[in-house]
Design a protein around this ligand. Structure first.
Ligand SMILES: [Zn+2]
Length: 257
């Protein structure tokens, strides 16, 4: 079959993304901007899987997925991109997620980075993206993301999930608070148990990821997001509360810039 023969999977972007483009809040122009966007997702766990699936389906032009871990049995309940082949092979999550995402949308660029994200490698990754999504499960990496994003002037979307609760906040350096305006220091070790100790409800993770992804799409499509508004979710009781976070002029990261 000639390459130019239309098939359902290579339908024109106008058809493929029409549900989003028809939304007055996004529109054709916003959708085209989304298709030119480049997003770095740090973490391919429960949050990162859902974020990546939403963004690949939305047509974001380039996705970079970073994670050092391999797929393990407890991941299967909450991490939506992996199957039993990945589990049996002990596949690196970033590579397995990229493989799956390419079957969802072969028309976008997807780059897996199988590595621990540290101060030594984060800056070029952040510099190459328009926006960063936090899908980590620890504050050490979030502080690294914050530092690199403030330095590069790139927006990023904080998000965390634990048990049936979650939090999300869009951060735009120079236009509102950064993470260290909110938490000057990481919470003391042991204060926030990781999900493998405390548990996590898959639907809570998807809800947090949906809120983060919505902020990302708003930022890509129209440059706007709810910068500096912290959303706190409790999916068990179906509640969301929102609070304005103020920039701290004495912030050790963004203060005085
Ligand atoms: Zn700050």
């Amino acid at each position: 079959m000639p390459a130019s023969t239309p098939t359902p999977e290579n339908a024109p972007a106008a058809a493929r993304y029409s549900r989003h483009a028809r939304l007055s809040l996004i529109g054709q122009d916003g959708q085209r901007k989304i298709e030119k966007g480049s997003v770095l997702i740090i973490g391919c766990g429960s949050l990162g899987c859902a974020q990546a699936a939403f963004l690949a389906r939305a047509g974001v032009g380039r996705l970079t997925l970073a994670d050092r871990d391999t797929v393990q049995a407890p991941n299967m309940a909450t991490q939506l991109l992996y199957d039993e082949t990945d589990l049996r092979d002990g596949a690196p999550k970033a590579a397995a997620a990229a493989r799956r995402l390419r079957t969802i949308n072969s028309g976008i660029a997807i780059e897996p980075v199988v590595a621990d994200i540290t101060a030594a490698n984060i800056e070029p990754l952040v510099a190459a993206a328009d926006l960063v999504l936090d899908a980590t499960d620890n504050f050490e990496t979030r502080f690294l993301i914050n530092e690199a994003a403030v330095k590069a002037g790139k927006p990023w979307i904080y998000g965390g999930v634990l048990g049936t609760d979650g939090m999300a906040m869009a951060i735009r350096p120079g236009r509102g608070p950064c993470l260290r305006c909110l938490f000057a220091l990481p919470p003391p070790e042991g204060r926030l148990p990781p999900p493998d100790v405390f548990g996590v409800l898959a639907t809570a993770a998807v809800w947090v990821a949906a809120l983060q992804t919505t902020q990302a799409l708003k930022a890509l499509a129209c440059g706007g997001a709810d910068w500096g508004r912290m959303h706190t979710l409790d999916i068990w009781n179906g509640t969301v509360t929102t609070a304005e976070v103020l920039r701290d002029p004495a912030c050790p990261c963004c203060g005085g810039r």
